[in-house]
Design a protein around this ligand. Structure first.
Ligand code: CAA
Length: 391
């Protein structure tokens, strides 16, 4: 039975900070960012945007194309959840008026959780083909000001409808996975920003890639030459380049099997101008491939490498379905990216130092221009609203 992604759509924040502006402020050569880490812009969420509003914005165009009462489960993956107890997905479920006969669960393991939710959803559909599962991967990547991670922030959410006979990609059974208890990136419960041992994290990422590849080839007996396009978790696009070089060496790929740019570049274009979005980054990379590759990639095999610091990683593949182009939402993606407003460094800091979410009562200024926004917090309860533009 074919099971996989039937529809996919992403959302990002309405504002960005250019790394040229960032470089000028910090008195750093901009090529450190443009060339050194391969990033140009970071999508910055205003205080009235969070993973709930981003995910609603990502999922709404999918729900508009189906009978949303048929959604049997929402698997919501995030590192930047909004409540220690209540799933962010339940807030989104309310905003989008999903049916009560639906299960909603939050998945967590840093940037890996999106892949975990996708794998769980495909397993559920294989067990019961009547399931139609909405997988969400949504994050706002936030590091302390003046740390090495500050230039690798960003925000985004991806919504994926997982069904049998999917129209976009059939996720193949068989994957390589790897877990190791390390401290390369972590966020204690009291913090809103992540802590990271940056250089170490890149080493653990690459080692995890090697380990998952070895496991993947053992389990599936597939080789490098069997894969046409390679999607990696992208904290910054230079990391995907380092990953592909590492994989080529590990797989002992021959010159004929390698077309470096064609295999990786289309899947990085959006990430370069959105920034890191943790659990969503891998899937924004996949959407970037779909929207930007020149060829018809029907029947081609795409690989996915998911890496979540801490660390858990997985390598798996899927096969593109004929006619997939007819259900892509390319214009929505491009319009959102183009319509973002630039921020000065001072404006970025004003968003960054948003009202303390531990405050009992907050009313947020209206900066989020999307259809869903966080209106306020009263008695520690979050209140969301649909804006007039949607009603
Ligand atoms: N022109 C061109 N290149 C330049 C340059 C210039 N003027 N100045 C510097 N560079 C190059 C450097 O040579 C270096 O290249 P290599 O990596 O190939 O050696 C690159 O730019 C970066 O320079 P630095 O190493 O000096 O940069 P840094 O100390 O500021 O930190 C980082 C880089 C550690 C990745 C930092 O961005 C960081 O901490 N990021 C957050 C953690 C992260 O994203 N880790 C990735 C793996 S973990 C993961 O994937 C999970 C996740 O999402 C967090």
């Amino acid at each position: 039975m074919n099971v996989g992604i039937d529809l996919i759509h992403f959302a990002t924040a309405d504002y960005y900070l250019g790394l040229d502006t960032f470089a000028a402020e910090k008195n750093i050569d901009v090529d450190k960012f443009y060339i050194g880490i391969g990033q140009e812009k970071m999508s910055i969420a205003p205080p009235d945007e969070d993973v709930v509003t981003l995910s609603a914005k990502a999922a709404a165009p999918i729900l508009a194309q189906i009978d949303s009462d048929e959604i049997t489960a929402v698997l919501f993956a995030t590192e930047s959840g909004v409540d220690q107890s209540k799933s962010a997905g339940v807030f989104m479920h309310g905003l989008l008026n999903l049916a009560n006969r639906c299960r909603v669960i939050e998945f967590k393991h840093a940037c890996y959780s999106g892949a975990a939710a996708l794998q769980m959803a495909t397993t559920m559909v294989r067990a019961n083909p009547k399931e139609k599962i909405l997988v969400i991967a949504a994050d706002i990547a936030k590091y302390d000001v003046d740390t090495s991670g500050e230039a690798t922030q960003g925000s985004g959410a991806v919504a994926m409808l997982i069904t049998e006979n999917p129209r976009i990609i059939n996720i193949e059974p068989g994957s390589g996975y790897f877990t190791e208890d390390v401290m390369d990136f972590w966020r204690p419960n009291h913090r809103t920003t992540a802590l990271v041992d940056g250089k170490y994290s890149t080493k653990v990422y690459l080692n995890s890639l090697k380990q998952t590849w070895d496991h993947f080839t053992e389990v599936t007996e597939k080789s490098f030459a069997d894969i046409d396009y390679f999607c990696y978790h992208i904290p910054f696009t230079k990391m995907a380049e380092k990953a592909h070089k590492t994989l080529i060496r590990r797989a002992k790929a021959t010159v004929n099997d390698v077309d470096f740019d064609a295999q990786t570049l289309p899947g990085q274009l959006y990430n370069r101008i959105i920034g890191n979005s943790y659990s969503a980054s891998l899937f924004i990379g996949f959407i970037s491939l779909l929207d930007n590759v020149d060829a018809d990639i029907s029947n081609k095999r795409v690989s996915f490498f998911s890496y979540g610091s801490g660390c858990v990683a997985e390598f798996f593949t899927g096969v593109m379905q004929p006619g997939y182009q007819s259900v892509l939402m390319t214009n929505n993606h491009r319009t959102q990216i183009m319509n973002r407003a630039p921020l000065s460094y001072t404006e970025y800091l004003a968003f960054y130092h948003q009202p303390d979410s531990t405050d009992e009562n907050i009313t947020f200024e209206h900066n989020n221009r999307g259809a869903y926004r966080l209106a306020g917090i009263q008695d520690y309860k979050r209140y969301y609203e649909k804006t007039a533009s949607e009603t």
